[in-house]
Design a protein around this ligand. Sequence first.
Ligand SMILES: NC(=O)c1ccc[n+]([C@@H]2O[C@H](COP(=O)([O-])OP(=O)(O)OC[C@H]3O[C@@H](n4cnc5c(N)ncnc54)[C@H](O)[C@@H]3O)[C@@H](O)[C@H]2O)c1
Length: 316
Amino acid sequence: MDIKDVKKVVVAGGGVLGSQIAFQSAYMGYDVTIWLRSEGSIGRCQPKIDRLHKIYLDTLEAMKTDPRAYAYGLVAKEECTPEKCEALKANVEAAYKNLKLVTDWDEAFKDADYVIEAVAEDPQQKKDFYTELQKHLPERTVIVTNSSTLLPSTFAEYTGRPEKFLALHFANEIWKMPTAEVMRHAGTGDEAFELTVAFAAAIRMVPVKVQKEVPGYLLNSMLVPFLSAAMGLWAAGVGSPEDIDLAWKLSTGAPNGPMQILDIVGLQTAYNISIMKPEAKQPGTIQNIIATRLKEKIDAGETGVNAGKGFYDYTK
Ligand SMILES: NC(=O)c1ccc[n+]([C@@H]2O[C@H](COP(=O)([O-])OP(=O)(O)OC[C@H]3O[C@@H](n4cnc5c(N)ncnc54)[C@H](O)[C@@H]3O)[C@@H](O)[C@H]2O)c1
């Protein structure tokens, strides 16, 4: 299939990410349906769409006068004039008006050209979803998963079309964080891979090609060990959060150091990842010290930027 033949996009799951992917695709002119499991899920999804409608309008308004408000997903930088931002509000209104939320499998999928799965991060629930999906989907349709941690090969056979199945991984707040990691499994065909690269670009994301399966894609394959090394230096008392960050920022020119990034990610997530390592259970290992010290901060309510305090104090 050619990207020109992709007209109807269906996003399965309308949670945090599903609602964003659907809204961005509709904003870029696709005919978008969000498939949801139940009427209750529609009730939970609609406020997310209402919120995105407002965020897109507010961002376009802010971009007229404030360069710091620029969001890649909304318009190319060289086209970002006040007149263009005003005109693009019509695309936001059209997206808001045209997005369909449905629970019926056939209504959603029978003429879908491209399906993006964004249901809960639970392997069994995803397998059950794909098993049912293939009964309702045209043979030609490409399916991608937005899973953050699960490999596409885990699900390929359940889709009934391994060669037309791969991962397309977005980052939260996609209108301003435009990374789209396109990751194939060993059985993904070139056509589906290239179509997905083209689709990501067509919805104003920046496609990044991941040619082999790896848990964590490109970004997290680098970021997790980097953050882990920084936490090790902190937990072992080698350097303070400020000095660890300074060492990194001064020598690389990066705007944030690892401890600042950890505050943004949230220390609960950092802790959850740190205790997955078997050494975290062995007293005396650096992993165990990291987990213990993170736990102390979490118990004190210092979980990062959202809490007002993490490695840094954001209340001042
Ligand atoms: N939140 C993030 O920052 C983020 C970033 C990138 C990728 N992802 C991935 O996106 C996917 C969705 O994450 P999210 O944060 O939007 O989750 P979420 O919990 O906000 O939303 C999940 C959606 O799936 C639906 N759902 C749950 N169980 C289902 C089932 N059995 N069948 C059908 N639908 C079901 C829910 O009703 C909801 O609409 C996950 O695979 C996650 O790893 C999340």
